[in-house]
Design a protein around this ligand. Structure first.
Ligand SMILES: O=C(O)CCCC[C@@H]1SC[C@@H]2NC(=O)N[C@@H]21
Length: 262
């Protein structure tokens, strides 16, 4: 990993008490920084933001561009429980990121399975969860990485992207991170108290393309269908001529709209 200069001074916005931020001038990936901290005992609520990431990562080994002006941060959680339950945190995170965007832009943010946030059909934010289990199989920690295009967005060949600035919102990444942290606090508490049901309901309420045609790309094949629902465990339910299919990993594409991958 390259140089990591700590930006001195207090974080300029109010965050929930349990979330303690560190801002780095640069790093490879904030997920890697937080994973290392998790392995050496850092507490839940450790939050690392990098002004620049030099090796930002997305899902499925894709790279994630994050120059100064955008938000790249990772929050450390220690929720315990099973890895299956911890996976629900990607929906908690999507709701929090969506709320941070909502109100800043005219169009309502939409959530695309499994963990993209779209505005006007274009990707504005993505989420990368990584975790480790204890010897008994329970979750030791989860590194919740979130990248949000605040002031610029990359040109991608195969899907549309946008930023808050391109949508007319002239804001600073720290301000967006504070809104995200506040929304995360609310959704995380709700999830801990009431489980996945309210998270699932809110996610469905903001879901992109529900009821419409979808192409699902798995690692070894693709198929078309209609986007039906989110299952009680976060799997996507797709209706196909051959019957209902549960999708637990893959990419979804929506015809006749800006394409995004996640
Ligand atoms: O859309 C995706 O594929 C997920 C992108 C996740 C990017 C964020 S930026 C902060 C954190 N650090 C990383 O290296 N990745 C995540």
């Amino acid at each position: 990993m390259s140089e990591q200069a700590l930006i001195p001074g207090a974080f300029p916005h109010r965050l929930p008490d349990w979330i303690r931020p560190t801002v780095l001038d640069r790093c490879g990936s904030t997920n890697d920084v937080v994973k290392e901290m998790a392995r050496t005992g850092a507490p839940e609520g450790t939050l690392v933001r990098a002004i620049r990431q030099e090796a930002g990562r997305g899902r499925r080994g894709r790279s994630w561009l994050s120059d100064a002006g955008n938000l790249a941060c990772t929050l450390l959680l220690r929720p315990g429980g099973t890895p299956q339950r911890a996976a629900e945190l990607s929906f908690v995170t999507a709701l929090a990121a969506g709320e941070a965007v909502d109100g800043l832009v005219a169009a309502a943010p939409k959530l695309k399975w499994p963990n993209d946030i779209l505005v006007d059909g274009a990707k504005i934010a993505g989420i990368l969860l990584e975790s480790e289990a204890d010897i008994d199989g329970s979750v030791a920690w989860v590194a919740v990485g979130m990248g949000l295009n605040v002031r610029h967005h990359p040109d991608m060949a195969d899907y549309a992207t946008t930023s808050l600035l391109a949508q007319g919102a002239d804001v600073e990444p720290d301000q967006v991170m504070a809104a995200y942290a506040g929304a995360f606090d609310r959704w995380y508490r709700r999830w801990q108290e009431f489980g996945f049901a309210p998270v699932r309901a809110a996610w469905l309420n903001a879901a992109h393309g529900l009821g419409g045609p979808v192409t699902v790309r798995l690692h070894d094949r693709s198929f078309d269908g209609r986007l039906l629902d989110l299952d009680a465990d976060g799997a996507l339910l797709v209706e196909t001529p051959a019957g209902r299919v549960r999708v637990t990993a893959g990419d979804v594409f929506f015809p006749h709209a800006a394409q995004t991958t996640s």
